[in-house]
Design a protein around this ligand. Structure first.
Ligand code: NAP
Length: 486
């Protein structure tokens, strides 16, 4: 690690942030954060105990009333200041993310812009929280609705977007007047710790944001989820863990938002602009090394353009350079760990055995780090695991279709329903297909769909709730109705 990178990692707080104070774990334990490009340890951070988790919730509960009473403009100004400061320190945040998560610096810079934007968006939303006044239909009473913050919220975030998955929860919670306990993924806590310190510098009062890092994840999270003082759980991560957390939250009927896994179809019709479709495929597949819930997972290409699309896409994938994300000229970083790399390899092997033809890539890279070659596989049968499971790596399985109805049927044939992509020049088809796809998000002729001003979220096993857009703040608000007799 270069000395500037080393001093950047050293400058990040490594403790638990509880009630405005950074402290060690109550039993002194730490957990190691690894650089996935080399497998070496970057830093040790505090490893919270169950008692630390409870203390973090205590702090959030204690700060709730004061925070809810803080003028919306003041809450918004803190977010705005944080947006400015993240932007000023963009290079530090990008470097930290690349070091602990592996993606290239260019991609991390993109995430800093995207992640910071949630703070700007919700700084503007903080002052636009509205109720309603109306007359009941029979004229007998007046109906007043008012919005109140939900209250102390637990936020659990994944490793793939260490900044943005946090800001799109923290931003609306701060704007709405909720306090919070944040638990970042054990593999990428440094970005969140740096963000928490930055929010303190921007004047966020003690106890509003508490951060705990832990390797004893289930043991520390469950008592918080079951504590009646907690009023909301928001989770981004795998569908399996999400299901377990919904079960745990059922005990006290907690308000819950779930941003879970995906299995995005990428549909290319014969009439599509193929240049755009190939550009879109590169973005939808390779953003974040394929480790995105929105990543194109299954490519359905209409027969007339399938060969050309496959050949052009494979050529672009083969031209990508793999390496450590901080190095110049690198397009593709490593996967997060050995388990992820081996899981991707097993999916490719299964697709091969079931008759798929590997046009490019197809193997894990030997040596240090957890690299997997950018891969395109054609003639993949529907029975291949890669068509039903979330790949979370740089692998694109392609299969062909004949009719629009067949494309829709196959695209919807999954338990997931997060992102989907459609490439066509036919406006009537855009309307038909958009109405028929069972997905929370649909990208038309574009390979990136995430936008802080849009409601991000899924249906079916991809979860419920929306982050970003006008909808994002509603997740952190309750509606109270007051009936007033005139
Ligand atoms: P994960 O294993 O579900 O972990 C996500 C978070 O949950 C981590 O902070 C993890 O902590 C925590 N966790 C694990 N077990 C837990 C338990 N028993 N109780 C409470 N918390 C627990 O998912 P991941 O591998 O990090 O992330 C990849 C998944 O996230 C993919 O499926 C992806 O599609 C999904 N994702 C969805 C969205 C979306 O918006 N829909 C966005 C990004 C990612 P530890 O790190 O300590 O284990």
């Amino acid at each position: 690690m270069a000395s500037t990178q080393k001093s950047l990692v050293e400058s990040v707080p490594k403790g638990l942030l509880i009630g405005g104070t950074w402290r060690a774990s109550s039993d002194g334990a730490t957990l190691a954060v690894e650089d996935p490009s080399s497998g070496t340890t970057l830093a040790q951070v505090a490893d919270a105990t169950v008692a630390d988790g409870t203390a973090a919730l205590d702090a959030a509960v204690a700060a709730q009333a004061g925070w809810a009473a803080t003028p919306p403009r003041d809450r918004g100004e803190i977010l705005r200041a944080a947006f400015e400061r993240i932007s000023e320190r963009a290079e530090d945040f990008a470097t930290l993310m690349t070091l602990e998560m592996g993606k290239t610096l260019a991609e991390s810079r993109g995430e800093v812009t995207y992640g910071a934007e949630f703070f700007r968006w919700f700084s503007e939303e903080a002052v636009r929280i509205h109720g309603r006044w109306s007359t009941a239909p029979n004229g007998a009473t007046r109906l007043l609705t008012m919005k109140k913050p939900v209250g102390p919220t637990l936020m659990i975030t994944p490793w793939n977007f260490p900044l943005a998955m946090g800001t799109r929860k923290i931003g609306p919670a701060i704007a709405a007047g909720c306090t919070m306990v944040v638990k970042p993924a054990s593999q990428t806590p440094l970005t969140m710790l740096a963000l928490a310190e930055l929010l303190q510098e921007c004047g966020l009062p003690a106890g509003v944001l508490n951060v705990i890092t832990t390797s004893r994840t289930g043991d520390v999270m469950e008592p918080i989820i079951k504590d009646p003082r907690l009023r909301k759980l928001t989770f981004t991560g795998s569908t399996g863990v999400g299901r377990r957390l919904v079960e745990q939250s059922a005990e006290q009927l907690l308000r819950v938002s779930m941003e879970l896994g995906g299995n995005a179809p990428f549909i290319v019709f014969d009439d599509a602009d193929l240049d755009r479709a190939v550009d879109g495929a590169m973005l939808a597949k390779m953003r974040n090394i394929g480790e995105a819930c929105t990543a194109a997972n299954r490519f359905f290409v209409q027969e007339g353009v399938a060969d050309e699309f496959g050949a052009r896409f494979a050529k672009r994938m083969a031209a990508l350079t793999m390496g450590k994300g901080t190095k110049k000229g690198v397009d593709v970083g490593p996967l997060i760990d050995a388990k992820a790399r081996d899981g991707v390899a097993a999916l490719v092997e299964d697709a091969r055995e079931q008759g798929g033809t590997v046009l490019t890539g197809g193997s894990a890279v030997k040596g240090r780090g957890y690299f997997f070659e950018p891969t395109v596989i054609t003639d993949v049968p529907a029975s291949a695991r890669v068509m039903s499971e979330e790949i979370f790596g740089p692998v694109a399985p392609i299969s062909t279709f004949r009719t629009e109805a067949e494309a829709i049927e196959r695209a919807n044939n999954t338990e997931y329903g997060l992102a989907s992509y459609v490439f066509t020049a036919d406006l009537a088809r855009v309307i038909r297909v958009s109405e028929a796809l069972e997905y929370g998000m649909i990208g038309i002729n574009q390979g990136i769909i995430s936008n802080p001003a849009a409601p991000f979220g899924g249906v079916k096993a991809s979860g419920f709730g929306r982050e970003g857009g006008f909808e994002g703040i509603e997740e952190y608000l309750e509606t109270t109705y007051v009936g007033i007799a005139p």
